[in-house]
Write a protein that binds this ligand. Structure first.
Ligand code: AMP
Ligand code: MN
Ligand code: MN
Ligand code: MN
Length: 290
């Protein structure tokens, strides 16, 4: 069992718990090293770090950056970042800035599909209004009785091709990697299996092109064990990691009790060929001492 959980969310993005509650839950579930990786926002890191110290738990500063690449939306996790690095702070501010307008467009689109008043309802769920996103819409649509759970709302209304989906331009891949690397962090391609599923998913050739570009731009790791992969996908992406000489990362992608694919902690071990991403900062620490 892996004792690192390097991908999870708090109320500062689209999770339902405070950073302290996330850390407490991780501690209860046996996590020894945690990274909080809120979408496009680093506001929760100080609180989470303080809570982790109370448990004697290792804590890694993280963030999950939204990126547009070709026709795809990708998520790049930054681990061991410096949250005070100006280019990262400014870059994330620019990524967040389009969310309000996007939310209005989503609400208008849903109104056209016969579901009114969604904007106000969604904001009610967004504790950090700058970070309004699809998950907050989904929670409201469940409350309003349109679907029985968040997952069904996504499938019926919020994914590409559905009535509430609004295309959006996120950060460029090169920028996201450069903000993360510039701050001293490690750039990780999050949940790659998700980009290959569904009707608009990419094929193997495109995944190869993405990984080639990711490596050229300074990307260092691939999420192999994540709450959104099947065991077959652990093996598949362990092979990609080997082929592209990438480190391997792991995380639950926990958003809240009862909402996630997987709860915190209790992630199965990496396939044997994987080199864990924490080698990056553990080696760093050694070179800094010398
Ligand atoms: P946004 O950044 O506003 O586009 O929202 C992206 C978030 O929506 C992801 O981080 C997930 O938390 C959630 N999400 C995306 N796709 C799905 C899905 N099919 N089912 C449930 N949640 C999803
Ligand atoms: Mn999310
Ligand atoms: Mn993600
Ligand atoms: Mn995530």
């Amino acid at each position: 069992m892996l004792d690192h959980d390097l991908h999870c969310h708090s109320k500062f993005s689209d999770g339902t718990l405070t950073p302290t509650e996330v850390v407490n839950r991780a501690a209860e579930r046996g996590v020894k090293v945690l990274a909080l990786t809120d979408h496009d926002d680093m506001e929760g890191l100080d609180e989470a770090r303080a809570a982790a110290a109370q448990h004697g738990m290792g804590f890694i500063n993280g963030v999950e950056v939204s990126v547009s690449w070709r026709t795809h939306t990708l998520h790049i996790v930054g681990l061991n970042i410096n949250p005070n690095y100006p280019a990262l702070v400014e870059g994330l501010r620019s990524v967040r800035s389009g969310r309000g307008e996007r939310a209005r467009k989503m609400s208008d689109a849903l109104a056209k599909a016969g579901i009114g008043g969604v904007l106000e309802g969604a904001y009610h769920y967004a504790e950090n209004p700058n970070m309004i996103g699809r998950t907050h819409f989904a929670r409201y649509l469940v409350e309003a009785g349109h679907c029985r759970d968040v997952k069904s709302v996504f499938n019926r209304y919020l994914v590409k091709g559905k009535p509430g989906y609004v295309p959006h331009q996120w950060a460029a891949l090169a920028d996201a990697i450069s903000w993360i690397r510039g701050s001293g962090g490690v750039a990780v391609l999050a949940h790659p299996g998700r980009y290959m599923t569904g009707r608009s998913g990419m094929g193997k050739k495109t995944m190869h092109e993405l990984l080639t570009e990711f490596v050229e731009l300074g990307g260092q790791a691939l999420e192999v064990v994540t709450g959104s992969h099947t065991p077959e996908q652990y093996a598949e992406f362990a092979r990609y990691a080997e082929e592209f000489k990438l480190l391997s990362s792991c995380g639950s992608d926990f958003h809240g009790p009862g909402e996630s694919w997987r709860d915190m902690g209790r992630l199965p071990d990496f396939p044997l060929s994987c080199r864990p991403v924490w080698q990056a900062w553990e080696n760093d620490a050694v070179t800094k001492v010398n």
